[in-house]
Design a protein around this ligand. Structure first.
Ligand SMILES: O=C(O)c1ccccc1N[C@@H]1O[C@H](COP(=O)(O)O)[C@@H](O)[C@H]1O
Length: 207
């Protein structure tokens, strides 16, 4: 199966539409107010309404409250939840929506145990560990820390861009890749050219 591509952190309708036309599978919207890519409800609704069919919409949260998440779900057509904080397995599954659990990987991170704990997730998303940050840092991590076999689909993220993603796909063989900083022209501003180059690099790595 071809490697799925998610691009995260859209803030503008035109960027999301351009990326969808370039063949990405999923877009991410960041509902975390400390992120420079944070979107409000109205902004998210406008982006979602402009998308062509069959593009998955992922809502990203960092230690949000149940009320905050339910407010987003009530007002926006969200397909998948992405949890980037210290949310427990019980909390993640309590929304009865497909979800991804993000893990910030450093030496000693036990991905097998985490995959077992979040066994009903649609995937385990591996990001770089950066002290004081929850993600979207543009930093890579040591991919050899990822076990060859995991019981959950692996979504590789953390500092991917058009220059390193082909190597990442060949080495790690993830089910999907996720990128934010690496396809930007500025914080929250996606570059269609960088998205096109990223998609081409992923596809080339599979041929
Ligand atoms: O994008 C953000 O601003 C963000 C903020 C807080 C948590 C996660 C965030 N983004 C996710 O981080 C990873 C890696 O991003 P990058 O490509 O290294 O910039 C990715 O999964 C984003 O979805």
């Amino acid at each position: 199966m071809s490697v799925r591509i998610k691009v995260c952190g859209f803030t503008r309708v035109e960027d999301a539409v351009a990326a969808a036309r370039l063949g990405i599978d999923a877009i991410g919207l960041v509902f975390y107010d400390k992120s420079p890519r944070h979107v409000g409800i109205a902004q998210a609704q406008a982006i979602i309404a402009a998308l062509p069919p069959f593009v998955t919409v992922v809502a990203l949260f960092v230690n949000a409250t149940r009320e905050e998440i339910e407010a987003v779900l009530a007002q926006c057509a969200i397909d998948v939840l992405q949890f980037h904080g210290e949310e427990s397995p019980a909390f993640c599954r309590s929304f009865h929506r497909p979800y991804l659990k993000a893990v910030r990987v450093q030496p000693g991170t036990d991905l097998q145990t985490l995959a077992a704990q979040y066994h009903d997730a649609r995937g385990l998303l591996t990001d770089a560990f950066v002290e004081g940050a929850h993600g979207g840092t543009g930093k890579t991590f040591d991919w050899t820390l990822i076990p060859a076999q995991l019981p959950l689909p692996l979504i590789l993220s953390g500092g991917l861009d058009e220059h390193n993603v082909a190597d990442a796909v060949r080495r790690v063989r993830p089910a999907a890749v996720d990128v934010s900083s690496g396809v930007e022209a500025g914080k929250g501003i996606k570059s269609p050219q960088r998205v096109a180059d990223f998609v081409a690099a992923v596809r080339a790595a599979q041929n």
